[in-house]
Design a protein around this ligand. Structure first.
Ligand SMILES: N[C@@H](CCC[C@H](N)C(=O)O)C(=O)O
Length: 278
C-alpha cells in the first residue's frame, strides 16, 4: 500500500503524520517501526494518524499516537499541536478552535494568530492507579529505587504516564543511564516517560525527557506539562512557567487545583511531504 505522509515537528520532537480521514489506513506495529526508522524509513519519534471521530457531536477528528517502538499510546502534546496545523494545511478544517478525540479523552486546540498552538490538555491525574504507578496514596514525591539508588520523583499522568526527577543541571543529568531504568521500572506497569527537571526560578525550568518507546527526544509536550505540575505540587513553581527543552521553549500554565486544566503553548512545523510504500 502506498501512503502519503507529512513530516512535522514540535521543537524537534518529530512526527510522520498520516491522513486517515480521506482514506482509511491500517498501520501494524511493523509499519510504524519502519516509518520511524531513521535509516531504513522516514524517521520520527512518533507516527500520528488522523482519523474521523467516534463521536462527531464532540469532535471533528480523532488522532492516534504510535511510538517509534510500534506501540500505540494515549497522549502526545507536541503531536497535538502538529495535528492542528496538519488538519488546517490539508484543508480538513478551517476552524481555529479544534476539539479532538485521543485515547486519553477529548482535548481542545486553539490555533493562535501568530501560528502558535495552545492546547487545553485537560487536568493532570495524580492518583497512583490512574498514572498507573504502584504506591499506596498520592503524594508530592515518591522514593523510587533505581539500580540501588534512591531517587525522589514526582508521578503525574497527562493521559500518559510521567516520572519527574529534579536535577541540579540538565546538561549533566544522567539521562542515558537513568532514563531506560526509570522507563522500565516495575512500579510503572505500563512503563513511563522520564523527565529530568532543573528549576531555574519559580517561572522557568529546563527539561530533558527520555520518552517511553522513543528514547530521549528534543522536546516532550506532555513531559513539560507533567514537570510543571510536579514542580508546582512540590511548591517550587508558579502557575505560568517557561519550559526550555533541547529543541526550544514551551509555555505551560496550570492554576494548581487537581481539576484545573493544563495549557501548553508552542510551535508546530511542517518539514516536507512524501509518499512511501508500506
Ligand atoms: N512526544 C510526546 C509524547 C509521546 C508519547 C510518549 N512517548 C508516551 O509513550 O507516552 C509529547 O510531546 O507529549
Amino acid at each position: 500500500m502506498m501512503i502519503r505522509f507529512t513530516k512535522m515537528h514540535g521543537l524537534g520532537n518529530d512526527f510522520v503524520v498520516i491522513d486517515g480521514v480521506r482514506r482509511q489506513v491500517r498501520l501494524t506495529p511493523d509499519h510504524v517501526r519502519f516509518l520511524a526508522h531513521r535509516r531504513l524509513g522516514v524517521g520520527c519519534d512518533q507516527v500520528l494518524m488522523v482519523e474521523p471521530p467516534t463521536d462527531p457531536s464532540r469532535a471533528a477528528f480523532r488522532y492516534r499516537i504510535f511510538n517509534a517502538d510500534g506501540n500505540e499510546v494515549e497522549q502526545c502534546g507536541n503531536g497535538a499541536r502538529c495535528f492542528a496545523v496538519f488538519v488546517r494545511d490539508q484543508g480538513l478544517t478551517g476552524e481555529t478552535r479544534i476539539p479532538v478525540e485521543t485515547a486519553a479523552g477529548l482535548i481542545t486546540l486553539q490555533v493562535e494568530a501568530d501560528g502558535q498552538v495552545t492546547v487545553d490538555m485537560g487536568p493532570p491525574r495524580l492518583t497512583p492507579w490512574e498514572i498507573p504507578f504502584e504506591a499506596d496514596k498520592a503524594a508530592p514525591w515518591y522514593t523510587l529505587m533505581v539500580n540501588d539508588q534512591a531517587l525522589e520523583i514526582g508521578a503525574v499522568s497527562m493521559g500518559n504516564p510521567h516520572a519527574v526527577l529534579r536535577v541540579d543541571n540538565v546538561q549533566t543529568a544522567e539521562v542515558a543511564r537513568l532514563g531506560p531504568a526509570i522507563e522500565g521500572h516495575p512500579r510503572f506497569p505500563r512503563r513511563v516517560n522520564a523527565g529530568f527537571m532543573e528549576v531555574v526560578s519559580p517561572t522557568h525550568i529546563r527539561l530533558r525527557v527520555y520518552e517511553r518507546g522513543a528514547g530521549e527526544t528534543l522536546a516532550c509536550g506532555t513531559g513539560a506539562c507533567a514537570a510543571v505540575v510536579a514542580g508546582r505540587i512540590q511548591g517550587l513553581l508558579e502557575d505560568r512557567v517557561n519550559v526550555d527543552l533541547p529543541g526550544g521553549r514551551l509555555v505551560i500554565q496550570w492554576a494548581g487545583r487537581e481539576d484545573d486544566p493544563v495549557f501548553m503553548t508552542g510551535p508546530a512545523t511542517s518539514v516536507f511531504t512524501g509518499t512511501i510504500e508500506l
